[in-house]
Design a binder for this molecule. Structure first.
Ligand code: NAP
Length: 252
């Protein structure tokens, strides 16, 4: 029996990294998928790969900053598959990386719009149509919780905001029997990692922050998303689940 048999899931940030890996895993476990990101060519290729492997998926390209896009993803799920059981609101950007005095309000707002306001917009349209037993998952970060890193104030604030959103929404949605959780990855080997830490010595520093002294693969984060999406996590709500190779308990 597949773990997500016949469940319908929206996954954002599906064109790359954690979202792409999660889409492949959820499809393998029987979920029907609505995939989102800006790059339609990447989504189209992923949908073809899933269908060729016997899965079901459609995509809609757009920007998670846009309220209409959040609404349209939900409409597509309902029109195509008639229900919504899982939402993995995972799209994100490292955004502006600079000392605080150099950050423009525009760049600050842009980072928060992609990483935090997108979560509000997604949940606003997802919650009203979700079934009892549904699971809503956000991707936060160790940077929003365990450590402070220089030049990442906008990113850190956005990811800390997601943790607050998760708790408030979990409380609000408990009477609806909808669970709300977030995942806090440590360093993950994705294009975002390359953008955030392009130099070899930066990668070594990042690895050294983790007790396990390595980064995770996207598929290790996808497994955490699978747990939170599935009925196996039926008593988990309001959690900010660390999947960080022991970063938060590490003495560097
Ligand atoms: P990634 O490979 O760069 O993927 C980011 C995804 O988000 C892409 O699919 C991208 O698609 C999408 N995206 C970005 N901005 C968007 C926008 N404005 N509208 C729609 N889609 C947008 O990075 P990743 O590491 O998998 O990141 C996934 C999540 O994990 C993010 O929320 C990130 O903050 C979080 N995270 C990552 C790490 C790490 O070390 N990698 C650690 C902790 C948390 P398009 O470019 O096609 O739009």
């Amino acid at each position: 029996m597949k773990i997500l048999n016949n469940k319908v899931a929206i996954i954002t940030g599906a064109s790359s990294g954690i979202g792409r890996s999660t889409a492949l895993l959820f499809a393998k476990e029987g979920a029907k998928l609505v995939l989102g990101a800006r790059r339609g060519d990447k989504l189209e290729a992923l949908v073809s790969e899933i269908i060729n492997n016997g899965g079901e998926a459609v995509y809609l390209a757009g920007n998670v900053q846009d309220e209409l896009y959040a609404k349209d993803l939900v409409t597509l799920a309902i029109n195509k598959y008639k229900r919504l059981d899982i939402a993995f609101n995972n799209a994100g950007t490292i955004g502006i990386v600079d000392d605080i005095q150099n950050i423009s309000l525009k760049d600050w707002n842009d980072t928060l719009a992609t990483n935090l306001t997108s979560g509000f917009l997604a949940a606003k349209y997802q919650v009203p149509v979700m079934n009892k037993g549904a699971s809503l998952i956000f991707t936060s970060s160790f940077v929003g919780n365990s450590v402070g890193l220089p030049q990442l104030s906008a990113y850190a604030a956005s990811k800390a905001g997601i943790i607050g959103l998760t708790k408030a929404l979990a409380s609000e949605c408990a009477p609806l029997e909808i669970r709300v959780n977030s995942i806090l990855p440590g360093g993950v080997e994705t294009p975002m990692r390359v953008k955030a830490a392009p130099e070899e010595e930066q990668v070594e520093f990042l690895k050294s922050l983790h007790a396990q002294k390595r980064l995770s693969s996207p598929s290790e984060i996808a497994q955490a998303a699978l747990f939170l999406a599935s009925d196996a996590s039926s008593f988990s709500t309001g959690t900010s689940m660390l999947v960080d190779g022991g970063l938060s308990i590490s003495k560097v």
